[in-house]
Design a protein around this ligand. Structure first.
Ligand SMILES: [Zn+2]
Length: 132
């Protein structure tokens, strides 16, 4: 119990300590004359290490399940970057009726044959057009 309570005895983050300073925290048991006390201290520290590793593995597993693995996150970042690069040209007018993308079309027949217009890419469902 004394070995396990050591981290609670100091307020400093143990990761800020040097190896020598960390060892000094447990030296009274690890350097004890009685080999049984040294062995018990080591068993206690091994047990604590296993407990913390189990918690870390569980946290990493949860993070993986919720956020995906490394390569999955890389692929998602790449797709987001590519989509940002391929965002529509701001000079292309949006459809006034559905706010969708429009494409430049040239009429092949009818009274406007040969004329260009920005036609909604959802043409047929949406009739939004604008003359060039
Ligand atoms: Zn439209």
């Amino acid at each position: 119990m004394a070995v396990r309570s050591v981290p609670r005895e100091f307020r400093k983050d143990p990761t800020d300590l040097s190896d020598h300073e960390r060892y000094a925290l447990y030296a009274r048991w690890l350097d004890h004359a009685d080999p049984a006390i040294r062995a018990n201290a080591l068993i206690c520290l091994i047990h604590q290490t296993n407990y913390l590793l189990d918690r870390q593995i569980a946290a990493l597993e949860k993070q993986f399940v919720e956020g995906g693995g490394y390569s999955e996150q890389l692929a998602a970042a790449r797709i987001a970057h590519r989509n940002a690069e391929q965002s529509p040209d701001p000079n292309i007018p949006k459809c006034p009726q559905c706010d969708g993308l429009r494409a430049l079309r040239t009429a092949k027949t009818g009274k406007n044959a040969g004329q260009q217009s920005w036609r909604c890419t959802a043409y047929l469902e949406c009739k939004g057009t604008a003359k060039v």
